[in-house]
Every structure is written in C-alpha cells, then in structure tokens.
Design a protein around this ligand. Structure first.
Ligand code: SF4
Ligand code: SF4
Length: 245
C-alpha cells in the first residue's frame, strides 16, 4: 500500500507533523504555528505545486472557490477591496486554431522572492520549507511587495472587513497572498485548491515536496514537462506549469 495521501504528503511526514503539533496549543483554538508561522516548517521540504494546464477547464473555478472559503476572503465588492489570492487566467493557444488553456495563478512561492527582498520590515518572509508568507504584526502596509511581485499575487486590505477565517486572520492596512494553505500543510493535508480540484474530477493540481524524489509531484514532473511563469526572471518558483508551450 502506498504511504501517500492524495495530496502527496507521505504518512511518515504527516505523522511527524502531528507529533510536532501535539501539545503546541497555547489556548483553545490558538496554536503555536499560527502565532509563529515558521514553527511548523519542515526544513527538509520544499513544498510546491504542478499546474497541468491541459487538465484545467476554462469554465471551472473550483480552486478559486475553495481558496475563498478556506481562507475567508470577503466578497469582491466589500469595503476592504478585492482581496483575492488566486485567479483564473485564460492562456492564448500557440496555434491560432489551438484549443487554448486555462490555469490558476497565485503566489509562486519563489525561492528568490522579490517581495521579501524589498520588504523594509521583514514582514515578508520565506519559511524553511519554501512557503512565502506575510507576518501581519510586522507589515506596515507600504505595498512595496505588491509592486515587486511580477505576478500580481498580493492583495491589500483597504478597510476593516467583517468576513474572517480562523485559518487566516486579516486586518486593515496589511498585505496578504496565497499561503499554500500553510495551516493545512502543517497538519499534513494538501492545500484546499488541490483537494477541491481533485474532488471536481480534474486533478489539474499536484502538490508535494519538490525535495522528495518519491513524492507525487516529483513523479508527475518526471512524466510531464513543466516550467515556471516568467522563467527569464530566474525566481526559482515553487509553482510549475505543464502545457504552457
Ligand atoms: Fe513574492 Fe510574488 Fe514570488 Fe509570491 S509570487 S514569492 S508574492 S514575488
Ligand atoms: Fe513588507 Fe507589508 Fe510593506 Fe509588503 S506592505 S513590503 S509585507 S511591510
């Protein structure tokens, strides 16, 4: 029997994460990994995503809806602004009469992240396992990172918002972006978008540890060629796309 869950995290790692969390509760509902986002990081891992644009359907928004529900984005017309972490993009076919493709675009979890380089307060940071996050307590809302990100992956919260999620507390005047569902990864689960895409029957998203040669994503990358968005920028993205060319 395989020791992998559908999202590609080995049971060995899942059990390790669960053990690390045992006893980490600071108070009911508040865990150390939430207070200190680097606390759950596995320094031996590099979490990544493979987006298969041949399997992603143009009329499907399952990943966007899952992300919104999981991370509590407010409706697009709320006072805080259009806070979205993931968006669907239609890709132009290489051939004029080609079928065209569709793909979700979110934070690419760059190994050389410009958002981290420009942040004056070190609010933008990269965890030991490759996940790029914003520490809300340090963010002063200067938005340098939004300008620096070539993928327009970050959103700014302009005003107080009623919608909140225990998975992702948010506050006026701070920047946020895809966390790869770090709260789920630290419990040994795949990101919500990956799970929902599989439930929808498309399986266009493969998640896993890019450093583990036995992971589902590494197996998929051996079978399917993949490239980063804007490879010319040499950001070493953790998100790779199959079927772009
Ligand atoms: Fe930073 Fe943008 Fe790269 Fe994400 S995609 S790590 S926000 S530069
Ligand atoms: Fe850093 Fe926040 Fe400024 Fe972005 S908006 S560069 S996270 S302080």
């Amino acid at each position: 029997m395989s020791d992998r869950d559908p999202g590609g995290i080995s049971r060995r790692r899942l059990l390790g994460s669960a053990a690390a969390l045992a006893g980490a509760a600071l108070a009911p509902g508040l865990f150390l990994v939430q207070a200190h986002p680097d606390g759950g990081a596995d320094a031996g891992a590099r979490w990544g995503l493979l987006v298969d644009t041949n399997r992603c359907r143009r009329d499907c928004r399952a990943c966007v809806d899952a992300c919104r529900e999981e991370n509590g984005w407010p409706a697009a017309d709320n006072a805080g602004g259009d806070i979205h972490w993931i968006r669907k993009v239609d890709l132009q076919p290489a051939e004029a009469d080609g079928p065209g493709h569709s793909a979700p675009v979110m934070c690419q979890h760059c190994a050389e992240p410009p958002c981290v380089s420009v942040c004056p307060t070190r609010a933008s940071f990269r965890r030991a396992d490759g996940i790029v996050l914003v520490d809300k307590h340090r963010c002063i809302g200067c938005r340098y990172c939004m300008v620096a990100c070539p993928f327009h992956a970050r959103a700014f919260v302009h005003a107080p918002v009623d919608e909140r999620s225990p998975n992702h507390p948010r506050g006026k005047g701070t920047v946020e972006s895809c966390t790869l569902c770090v709260h789920r990864i630290d419990r040994g689960e795949a990101p919500a978008c990956v799970a929902r895409c599989a439930e929808a029957g498309h399986a266009a998203l493969v998640f896993g540890d890019l450093n583990d040669p036995d992971s589902e994503i590494r197996h998929a990358l051996r079978e399917r060629s993949a490239e980063a968005l804007r490879p010319d920028l040499a950001l070493d993205a953790g998100v790779r796309y199959h079927g772009l060319s």
